[in-house]
Design a protein around this ligand. Structure first.
Ligand code: 8YV
Length: 316
């Protein structure tokens, strides 16, 4: 029996690519020199797309695959998949929630602590010899015991909030409605009001059309010159030009960012700033989590082709 044909949108770890090659005829879109010609050639036979949260599958890719049945996303964010196109064609979509929640929440707190306490700069101070020649590192700011706003109380936002309790933080959160069991936390649905209340604002929202630039100049102004911004969601949730203006003009104390417009290329304005901590979209980047993501992505594909229920459907 011929193997199902699968369009692979981006590189995956070898521990995933080997079993994928064994089970399917894989077409490596990301390696094609002429992607339009490649799609025209292989698209008609493609029954599944294996993609990543950061790459997705746009309407053009989906339209080039008339026999497409399922898109399996290696990642929890499926904002880069044209969901409307999938719904219109009855194409199933799966993602990899839960298996990456802890690592993403862990990194959010690590970014916050590193930003607030200047850990990266202090490490360079010790390593460079400045400590010996110039004296002690500059004072920074306490992280714990302050007010933390969590913009988006999904799986990752909940993980961040629960971790913050261990740091003695007062916690407020935004969500579509007050969350049962979170009565100890303050419900502030409006982003600007949440920012006004917060010393540090964690952006943990899923990226949707409604959340685009939800952190805008007004929200940044509300967070204020003593405020910190932590983003491990998607770059689109922040007006990056407004953020850069606030950081350059000292209207925001600092930002720790794992995602960027145009990534992996960064706006060069970021690299000139001392009050930012930059991470390369790496919140899920551990062996443990990436192995679990890959297994779940492959299990979803296998379930589909076996006619079994999908494990983690976005669209069944
Ligand atoms: C990427 C992510 O998928 O989970 C997501 O939505 O953005 C990430 O985990 C990961 O970087 C793999 O490319």
């Amino acid at each position: 029996m011929t193997q199902p044909q699968v369009l692979q949108m981006g590189a995956l770890p070898e521990w995933d690519e080997t079993p994928l090659r064994a089970a399917y005829t894989m077409h490596r879109y990301f390696e094609a020199q002429d992607k339009a010609a490649f799609l025209a050639e292989v698209g008609p036979g493609v029954r599944a797309i294996a993609t990543r949260g950061d790459l997705g599958a746009n309407a053009q890719i989906i339209a080039a695959c008339p026999a497409l049945e399922v898109i399996s996303v290696y990642g929890v964010g499926y904002d880069a998949v044209d969901i409307a196109a999938c719904k219109a064609r009855g194409i199933a979509v799966t993602n990899t929630p839960d298996v990456l929640t802890d690592d993403c929440a862990d990194l959010a707190l690590g970014m916050w602590l590193a930003l607030s306490r200047g850990i990266v700069g202090a490490e360079a101070w010790a390593r460079s010899g400045d400590w010996a020649t110039k004296g002690g590192f500059a004072l920074t700011h306490r992280a714990s015991g302050k007010r933390a706003g969590v913009l988006g109380l999904g799986r990752i936002g909940m993980g961040v909030a629960r971790r913050l309790e261990g740091f003695g933080m007062q916690i407020a959160y935004s969500a579509r409605s007050p969350r049962e069991g979170c009565e100890n936390w303050t419900y502030i649905p409006d982003a600007a009001e949440l920012a006004e209340w917060s010393d540090v604002l964690f952006v943990t929202l899923a990226a949707t059309a409604e959340t685009r630039h939800i952190v805008n100049a007004d929200v940044l102004r509300a967070l204020g010159s003593e405020g910190l911004l932590i983003n491990i969601s998607r770059a689109q949730n922040i007006d990056e030009d407004a953020l850069l203006d606030a950081l350059e003009q000292g209207r925001l104390r600092g930002a720790a960012l794992d995602v960027f417009e145009g990534e992996p290329a960064l706006d060069p304005r970021f690299t000139k700033l001392r009050n930012v901590l930059l991470q390369p979209h790496h919140a899920s980047g551990t062996y443990e989590t990436r192995r679990a993501m890959g297994q779940l992505m492959r299990d979803n594909l296998a379930a589909h082709f076996a006619g079994q229920p999908l494990l983690t459907p976005v669209i069944a």
